[in-house]
Design a protein. Structure first.
Length: 213
């Protein structure tokens, strides 16, 4: 299976966040959502030291490899390489996608955040495998620099002009995820709607069932 086909199976893209997880660790979040059936985990922690993040990434890499789930690391290419992650995700304020691709090589997955059509097209030219498009809706902020909502129109616009899979992010929940899919997104990145749930596994299954229907 090539990278594009693999990414098209990422209907629910989990981004871990310990701050809003009711005391659960990154590893516990990953384990619960994998139990529910997700195919990709992104580890994101803006505050952890390099050593702490490395240890967390190492444990999640072991779990995801055992369960045959893709593991993406946010920002930290050095740690992604150290633990042999499947790929990295970079934002517009991180290392440019072209340089990220050069560092991770041709076989790892590269995701790039895009908040406009221009950013999406640039990411495609620079070697991205998928786009994190958003923020789509107003949401409980789990990212300080998330910016204002772009709306469903951005998904449709990028879908019409760009060939990369689109992972919609920002305020996606059970009430609006169907709209995201209909707009052209391949999948949806979910943070607070799942990570903050009382029962992470049960909530994740509800999202997965939307795609099954």
């Amino acid at each position: 299976m090539n990278r594009t086909d693999l990414i098209k199976n990422w209907q629910i893209y989990i981004i871990t966040d310990e701050v809003i997880s009711q005391g659960r660790t990154h590893l516990e979040i990953a384990d619960a959502t994998i139990n529910a059936g997700v195919k990709v985990i992104q580890l994101r922690d803006k505050t952890a030291s390099g050593m702490k993040l490395y240890k967390i990434a190492r444990d999640i890499r072991e779990l995801t490899r055992e369960r045959k789930v893709a593991f993406i690391l946010n920002d930290r290419i050095d740690i992604a390489l150290a633990v042999d992650a499947d790929g990295v995700h970079v934002g517009q304020d991180d290392i440019p996608a072209k340089q990220a691709r050069e560092l991770i090589g041709p076989h790892r997955i590269l995701g790039v955040s895009a908040g406009s059509l221009r950013e999406a097209l640039d990411a495609e030219k620079q070697g991205a495998d998928y786009l994190g498009v958003g923020p789509i809706f107003e949401a409980r902020s789990t990212k300080a620099d998330a910016g204002s909502p772009r709306g469903l129109e951005l998904i449709t616009q990028i879908h019409q002009h760009c060939h990369l899979p689109i992972i919609a992010i920002g305020g996606v929940n059970l009430n609006n995820i169907k709209d995201v899919i209909q707009a052209g997104a391949t999948g949806a990145a979910i943070i607070s709607a799942i990570v903050s749930a009382g029962n992470i596994e049960a909530k994740t299954k509800k999202f997965i069932n939307v795609f099954k229907k």
